[in-house]
Design a protein around this ligand. Sequence first.
Ligand SMILES: Nc1nc2c(ncn2[C@@H]2O[C@H](COP(=O)(O)OP(=O)(O)O)[C@@H](O)[C@H]2O)c(=O)[nH]1
Ligand SMILES: [Mg+2]
Length: 377
Amino acid sequence: MAFWRSKKNKENEALGQTSATQSEVSETQPASQPTNESAESQKEGKLATDDSKGSVSSPSSASSPSSGAKPASGGLFSKMRGALSKTRQALSTDIRDLFKAEGTLVDDDFLEELFSRLVRTDMGVASAEAIRDDVATRLRARVVSLEEVLETITQQTQTMLAQESAGIKYTDSGPTVILVVGVNGSGKTTSIGKLANHLHQSGRKVVLGAGDTFRAAAVEQLTVWAGRIGCEIVTGKPEADPASVAYQTVDKALAIGADIAIIDTAGRLQTQVNLMQQLEKIRRVVEKKIDTAPHEVLLVLDATAGQNAISQAQGFSDAAGCTGIVLAKLDGSAKGGVILPIREKFQLPVKFVGLGEGVDDIAAFDAAAFAKALFAQ
Ligand SMILES: Nc1nc2c(ncn2[C@@H]2O[C@H](COP(=O)(O)OP(=O)(O)O)[C@@H](O)[C@H]2O)c(=O)[nH]1
Ligand SMILES: [Mg+2]
């Protein structure tokens, strides 16, 4: 239950060096990257800098790489802040109500009121309790300002959200295969488009696989993305076996020397046995082509669904062997606090967050930037 406590020491270390997790993408670069290493590392350096601001959205907008960059400034952080504005407004209006101009005494009544307001962001009881208890430990019996309490809450949230790895784990050689799974409408195809665009922009050769063969519209949607990005796409005939599309996608990636293959899948629930078996089959055929694949299985969750997103996908991560989460649609949600129970329940790193429907609206997850964007005034 106390997922953040067990890892606290490690994560506190990470907190001291916010850029450590953010440089993950560059650190996990294969040493044997096939082409143009210096240009590549330069690009990835930019990405790491972007990441430190919580975004992978636009390589061209990044400044020169600098370790220890603070997430509090820059256009990319503003984007994260903008996306979280609904949650932040709901939260800070609620919390602000608790404060008087001359300051407010932190006592049991205050702590209970704070707790009930935190719970409304869909952060869940366990997270709200942990934050309340931290405020109690640090500030009880003192007269405090809104800013002081928010600062404390931000720090605690950051601690709870800290995770060891954030970026995509690339293979040492050959294409990295990423499978994207989740329930219907969670944002899979859109997230693939945005992610593929980012990877393409950073100089990687990307192949998309239109593995959602149930709906012709899904294949068209991904084809439009591929056209816009200028990357390869493999599509099957309508209602083709998704596993064969996945197989051909990896085949294509190998044939053209692609760095990344990203395979879309149809929406499914963990309770749909035949569809879960189909996912298993996709995994198997991919593994037949490259025995270490799939290297990532990303579970896309819809932030606007709040706690429902969790119950919908409960059990999914184990059944599908997920390696990370993409939390989509943060911009449309007043329930951004749901990221806390997501980290707890799924025991998986949140790798990316979706900040809108545009091609640049995706960001590498960063705990410090996220906590700050959620609570800072
Ligand atoms: N505002 C917003 N909308 C999104 C985001 N990601 C996806 N969507 C929208 O959510 C809807 C479903 O997305 P889609 O990618 O088709 O979901 P899929 O069924 O899981 O593939 C579409 O209308 C998308 O434009 C996001 O980060 N922000
Ligand atoms: Mg789709």
